[in-house]
Ligand binder design. Structure first.
Ligand code: SF4
Length: 342
């Protein structure tokens, strides 16, 4: 780890934004030592032990078929499978993915069976792309046994492209092995870049700095692997909308410079206990849609790659008429890769 990385992970976090000076008191009440901060994040979690213990290890926790944009005006049928496996070893401040993870590592054979179950879905029969998401990293050997890679990869061969998730620090030999097992199927790796705001990134407890992300992208590009970056719009501690927009745009620019092909914008949400506590202290609030749209506009108008706005958490069944209209407009922008004025 570089000197810069050590500094970022070990030094107490100073105040984060010029506008946030009035929040110093509530920020300083939070642990500043990384190990204590990690424990605090986990302590804030609501109890999901019963739900996690009841998850089937033979079927994925969820799956969906959608048309995902692949370029201006073009979409391809994509199957997304949410595999059930053990929790990610990191505990990011904003992460709620642990809710759908098993309490411990799954036995060898479970992941290929989960995938087989998902592929039996007739609606997915003609899907061209497969997203294999596992609430963590496909290259985490404690989550996906390496002995299962062959059985997983062979089931992926009917697709043109497979998109998997990974923490940037887990890019390495297992990535190469999985890519080789895929044969001619194109591999895309999705990694959380989150934000380039140095203090906010450090406080996210991601265990990663920007050098780690750059190194991962270099390795992936040298192997011809496509790269997707998840970017948080308005992460915690960036409480001012215009500042949040500025840092989202800077993060998008960093991603393009690192060679990312697809930017996926995630409006930061609460839902894991820690984020609710930060909201109570005035250190987090979800972004306004104008901020998310501003980031999207910056991304598409820079014309360096595909920009997708994550709409998964907008439930059309409970949305008001104006929200439904907004979702339609945002979906249209995702498809056309053009900014559409409200
Ligand atoms: S690396 Fe990803 S899956 Fe793991 S805790 Fe962070 S956000 Fe969650």
């Amino acid at each position: 780890m570089s000197t810069q990385a050590q500094t970022e992970t070990q030094e107490p976090i100073s105040i984060l934004t010029s506008e946030a000076t009035s929040l110093i008191d509530s920020l300083e009440e939070l642990p500043s030592v990384p190990r204590e901060w990690d424990a605090w994040i986990q302590r804030m979690r609501p109890d999901f032990s019963q739900h996690r213990g009841s998850l089937s290890l033979e079927t994925p926790s969820h799956q969906l078929v959608e048309f995902e944009p692949v370029g201006a005006g073009q979409s391809l049928k994509t199957l997304t499978v949410f595999l059930t496996n053990r929790e990610c070893p990191w505990h990011c401040l904003m992460c709620d993915l642990w809710k759908e993870t098993a309490p411990k590592s799954v036995p060898s054979g479970s992941i290929p069976r989960q995938l087989r179950h998902a592929l039996n879905d007739l609606a997915a029969a003609d899907a061209r792309h497969l997203k294999l998401y596992n609430a963590g990293s496909l290259f985490d050997a404690g989550a996906i046994p390496v002995s299962d890679y062959g059985a997983v990869a062979s089931q992926c061969r009917r697709f043109d492209r497979v998109i998997v998730e990974s923490h940037p620090r887990l890019i390495g030999k297992r990535t190469v092995l999985f890519q080789e097992l895929l044969g001619t199927v194109e591999l895309e790796v999705a990694m959380g870049l989150e934000t380039v705001h140095p203090d906010a990134l450090s406080r996210l407890n991601k265990g990663m700095n920007l050098d780690d992300f750059r190194k991962a992208t270099e390795q992936l590009r040298s192997r011809g692997v496509r790269i997707r970056a998840f970017i948080l719009v308005k992460p915690p501690f960036l409480t001012d909308e215009s500042e949040a927009l500025e840092w989202a745009c800077r993060t998008i620019d960093f991603a393009w410079a690192a060679g990312v092909d697809v930017v996926s914008l995630i409006p930061t949400r609460a839902g894991n206990g820690a984020m609710e506590e930060l909201a109570r202290r005035g250190l987090f609030a979800p972004p306004q849609w104008s901020t998310v749209e501003g980031a999207f506009r910056h991304g598409v108008e820079s014309r360096k790659g595909l920009v997708l706005m994550d709409l998964w958490n907008l439930d059309p069944d409970v949305a008001s008429d104006s929200e439904k209209f907004l979702v339609r407009r945002l979906s249209e922008m995702n498809k056309s890769q053009c900014w559409v004025a409200p």
